[in-house]
Design a protein around this ligand. Sequence first.
Ligand SMILES: [Ca+2]
Ligand SMILES: [Ca+2]
Length: 298
Amino acid sequence: MKRILVIALALIMTFTFTVPFAFMTDAEEPANAFYDFDSYKDLIQGLTDSSSVSFSTLMTDCTTVCKDTLTAFAKGEIKIRIPTINGEPAPLRNKDGFSNITFFTSELYDLPWTWYHCKVGEYDLRIKISYLDALDNEQLREAVSYTDVLDIIAPDAPSPSNYQDYESYKSIYEKDLSLDNGKTVKAMICELKESSNVHVMIHIDGVLMILYGDNSLLADSFFESLDLVAAEGAIKGDVNMDGSFDSMDYVLLKRVYFGTYPEEKLNCARGDLNGNGQIDSMDYVLLKRAYFGTYEIR
Ligand SMILES: [Ca+2]
Ligand SMILES: [Ca+2]
C-alpha cells in the first residue's frame, strides 16, 4: 500500500552514525518522510515522472537536498541505480511494515536514501543507497572512496580509527572488495557487539551504498556477485513520458505554454530546459532545437 508518513528520525536510525551533514545547516528543513514502492519498475516510474503521485507527494515537503535529487531524476541527469546479484535485480521482500523498496527524504547524514529490502537465500539483506552525484557539492561528486565522503559529510563518524569510542561496535575495519563488474572498491566493515549482522559501506560510481545483513552472507564471494546498475528511466526530452522523444513532445510543451493542454499531464521538470521553474517559450524553442539536433539537452 502506498503511503507517506512523517516519522521520528530516531525510529529508523538503526545505523549509529548521527553526525549531521556538514554543509546542511538550515534548522528549518522538513523532517524525514518516506514513500514505499512495490517494485523496481514502480520506483523508477515514481521517482522519474514528475507528474506521478509519489513524485509530487515527496516534493511537497522535503529538504533542499532531496528536491535536488528528485529533480535530477526527473530531468534524466542521473539514473536510478538497481542492485544486482549475478546480473539479476536483487530479489525484494516486504519487511518491517515497509514495502519492497522505501525512499526516505532525509535519513542518515540528512541525505535522501533508497532502501532496498532484499532476500538472498535464507538471509534478509538491506541495501541502502544515496546519490552523491545529484548533490550541489563538487567535492562529494568527485569522491572516489567512502573515506572521501565521510571526511566531508561526517568526519567524526565511527571508523576504523575511533570505533572503540562507540558502545555498539565490536570492530570496524577496512578491506578491498571485488565486485561483479571487475572493479575493486575500498569498503568499511562494521561488526556489531550484539548482532551477527554487519554494516558494509562502499562508494561506487557517484553513489554511497550501505549493506546491512548477516556476517556469513556478506563474505567476499557475495560481493563478487554484486553490482549497482543504472536503470533506464528518464529519456531526455520525453516530456509526455511515452518512452521516446519525438515531435509530440515539443508540440505538447508548446500547448502547455499557451494553456491549451494541462500542465500536470506532462513531466514539466523534464520540459523546463532553461531551469527557471516554469514552462516558457524558451523551453519550447530549446526542445524543438533538441529534436532537430541543434541543441543538446543537459
Ligand atoms: Ca515522448
Ligand atoms: Ca523554463
